[in-house]
Design a protein around this ligand. Structure first.
Ligand code: AMP
Ligand code: MG
Length: 706
């Protein structure tokens, strides 16, 4: 089922009389988002609001559009209530019963207190409903909540106990601030009427499968109250801001993300859309498109292959990883190094008008050989001047960058001209169009100037500005957590006991991530202890978009990273035909991709450059980077096993590639000595001095060399 087209948010009201004529708070507000625009509507009565909603739904459904409509009152009561009233736990069985009891006329006059009193009568003790004017209260419907006892129902639904729901009022409260109870009593019968009107076209989330043209869902604007306050227009009525911002946010959510939100919840007590997904909702309210989550099996390698070739492993990453970061619109001065989230087209041609490339004199048309004389007009055209008009047969003084006046299409250099008594003289020939720049000769309006997925360079900023873009839609930076594992590790600078070594990978990986253009987040050092490591991953997954770990990735006793990821059911041990490189543990931890690199610093660096770099680029929304290599004569000889790809630490001296003396994978000095890597293909076996080998400078991997 495709996504929704129209997003409706209703701020409901339990008023007992019509709201003021002048739009005000505590009334019914409806926000409607469709096709990038949001409109807000004010209604004085529930009857008027429902008529408007039905007209809207009718029109949308007739046009073949899907609608999701959110209402800010509970769709269900705490467990036990529906069963006591209807004999079943199904909240939707309660709706027609309430519809039968509730009277609510066109002027908002209603019998909600009598209905609540009747419902209270079905339970022992006093309650659960409470709250009404003193004159209406009695022993069955108390004015105060504290007067209730023994009714046997919970005060809150499960969803209301979630973090962030601190401001949710119980649905038993009928009167004064946040009288959610009255809103539900007067709202659910109206929704029941919609169910009857739209029948099989309508579903109520999360109780019914939501693949219908019209889906109703419960909302709670206070979930993001602080953000709504921040985004409200000056003087905007809060209710209006709520429906406007929430409708816009729903429209901004990626369809699979909204779909997952609609499916979440309890079959008895229901759910409030966005609870537990507040960040996605906030991002969407801020106009950031929130991408759908990665699939848990995104690292699955083909079964039965013992050593996967590098190329195949890369193809898999390329096919299965998708962008995981939201987008935002940034002014050009903040966009350098960001990844373009969309193609950008030129709003204006460059140059916008034909202009002169030199200082000189402009006139119309070609001039043959021989001497030419032309009268000068009194005006001159300088850069920035609005183009004037030059009569036929006349010339005008023009300065570099000036838009050509009407009647001018050719310019002669001032050095080639004699000016005398208000006229110019020069020798031909002069070609038509000489020394001018055509409008759009660089870029035509509508031409693509930036491709989605490109990391924006300083020259790109010039091109965007010149073609009329002041802002550009970019991805939020990818946050990459870096974690080292191993009991032997201590922090550089601390005292190292016998058997301990300094953590070298973490600073290196942080530096690599920064140079790739992402945001490194230090997740620290974890011991070789499964429970502790789990804690580090939990903490990390909550704050980053991807995690890179080093150490403990193989399948040994102390290889807890791979053990944990396997336990989470979403790990593949990548045995890649590559040297250096032990197995990689690639998996998902609470929805966050984890790249478990080998602990050896050399293998960690090579695997980061070869696998993690393109994978992270793809997660960040960037195009897949191919590392540019150069064929250079080898200044070394080597025998190599066929069937696996090898990377050697290398640099170029005197036109030849030299490689580091030792291939030992713990030799950190060689990483620092090198300025790039030599890539030897799978089939290579013997390399003799002078053979061409592929040298990939560190710069081609997006990192600096000393
Ligand atoms: P592992 O992959 O955990 O078996 O580690 C392989 C080798 O790399 C061992 O010699 C570790 O001591 C070493 N190693 C692991 N992590 C680091 C690190 N962060 N810094 C330096 N060496 C490390
Ligand atoms: Mg280890």
């Amino acid at each position: 089922m495709s996504g929704f087209d129209t997003f409706v948010v209703v701020d409901w009201s339990a008023r007992a009389s019509p709201s003021p004529r002048k739009p005000s708070k505590d009334a019914i507000w409806i926000g409607v988002a469709r096709g990038g625009a949001v409109t807000c509507h004010y209604h004085r009565t529930r009857t008027a609001a429902m008529a408007a909603l039905e007209a809207l739904f009718d029109a949308e459904l007739a046009a073949g559009r899907r609608v999701v409509a959110g209402f800010d009152f509970p769709f269900a009561y705490p467990a036990g209530f529906a069963r006591a009233v209807t004999g079943t736990d199904d909240p939707l069985a309660l709706w027609p019963v309430l519809a039968e009891m509730v009277e609510d006329d066109a002027e908002n006059a209603n019998n909600r207190f009598e209905v609540a009193r009747h419902l209270n009568g079905l339970f022992g003790g006093i309650g659960p409903f409470w709250g009404c004017p003193e004159t209406v209260s009695d022993a069955v419907l108390p004015a105060k909540g504290t007067l209730r006892h023994g009714h046997g129902l919970p005060e809150h639904r499960g969803v209301e106990k979630q973090p962030g729901l601190g401001r949710a009022q119980p649905c038993w409260k009928l009167y004064t601030s946040g009288s959610v109870g009255s809103q539900a009593l007067l709202g659910l019968p109206r929704l029941q009427a919609l169910r009857e009107r739209y029948g099989d076209q309508l579903a109520v989330a999360p109780f019914e499968a939501s693949g219908k043209p019209l889906v109703l869902v419960e909302l709670f604007p206070s979930l993001i109250a602080d953000l709504i306050a921040k985004l409200a227009e000056p003087e905007e009525i809060n209710d209006r801001a709520q429906v406007r911002i929430l409708a816009g946010a729903l429209a901004q959510l990626a369809p699979p993300v909204l779909q997952a939100m609609l499916e979440k919840g309890d079959p008895v007590e229901g759910w409030i859309l966005g609870v537990g997904d507040e960040q996605a909702l906030r991002d969407a309210a801020l106009g950031r498109t929130v991408p759908p989550p990665l699939r848990n099996d995104c690292f699955a390698l083909p079964a039965g292959v013992h050593w996967t070739p590098v190329q195949e492993a890369l193809a898999l990453l390329r096919d299965s990883l998708i962008c995981v970061v939201a987008t935002q619109s940034l002014p050009l001065d903040q966009a350098l190094g960001c990844i373009a989230a969309d193609d950008v087209m030129a709003k204006r041609a460059n140059p916008p008008l034909p202009n002169t490339a030199v200082d000189g004199y402009g006139f119309a048309g070609v001039r043959g050989t021989g001497v030419h004389e032309m009268p000068l007009v009194a005006a001159r055209a300088a850069a920035g001047d609005a183009p004037g008009v030059v009569p036929a047969g006349h010339a005008i003084r023009v300065l570099t960058g000036a838009a050509l006046p009407q009647g001018v299409d050719t310019v002669i250099l001032q050095e080639d001209v004699v000016v005398e008594a208000g006229a110019i003289r020069f020798s031909g020939p002069v070609k038509a169009g000489a020394n001018t720049r055509r409008a759009g000769e660089d870029v035509a309006a509508g031409d693509q100037v930036l491709a989605k997925g490109r990391r924006i360079t300083a020259p790109d900023l010039a091109l965007l500005a010149a073609t009329g873009s002041a802002k550009v839609s970019v991805h939020m930076p990818l946050k990459v957590g870096i974690l080292s594992t191993g009991n032997e590790l201590v922090e550089a600078g601390q005292t190292a006991k016998d058997g301990q070594i300094y953590d070298a990978n973490r600073p290196m990986l942080q530096g690599l991530i920064r140079q790739f253009g992402h945001t490194p987040v230090d997740l620290g050092r974890a011991p070789d202890d499964r429970a502790a490591l789990r804690g580090f991953l939990d903490t990390g997954a909550a704050q980053v978009d991807a995690i890179i770990t080093s150490g403990g990735a193989s399948a040994g006793d102390e290889d807890h990273m791979s053990a944990l990821l396997s336990e989470a059911g979403a790990m593949t041990l990548w045995r890649i035909a590559i040297k250096p490189g032990r197995p990689l543990a690639l998996g998902m931890w609470q929805g966050v991709p984890v790249f478990g690199l080998p602990g050896n610093p050399v293998a960690a660096l090579v695997c980061t450059l070869v696998f993690a770099r393109p994978a992270l680029a793809q997660l960040a929304g960037a195009q897949w980077p191919e590392s540019q290599g150069f064929d250079v004569p080898a200044g070394f000889s080597k025998n190599k096993k066929p069937g696996r790809r090898e990377y050697l630490r290398a640099r170029i001296r005197a036109g030849q590639v030299e490689v580091f003396a030792s291939e030992g994978s713990g030799r950190i000095s060689g990483l620092s000595w090198a300025e790039g890597l030599v890539e030897l293909p799978e089939e290579a076996t013997v390399i003799a001095p002078g053979d061409l080998v592929r040298y990939i400078p560190y710069g081609s991997f997006g990192i600096a060399s000393g």
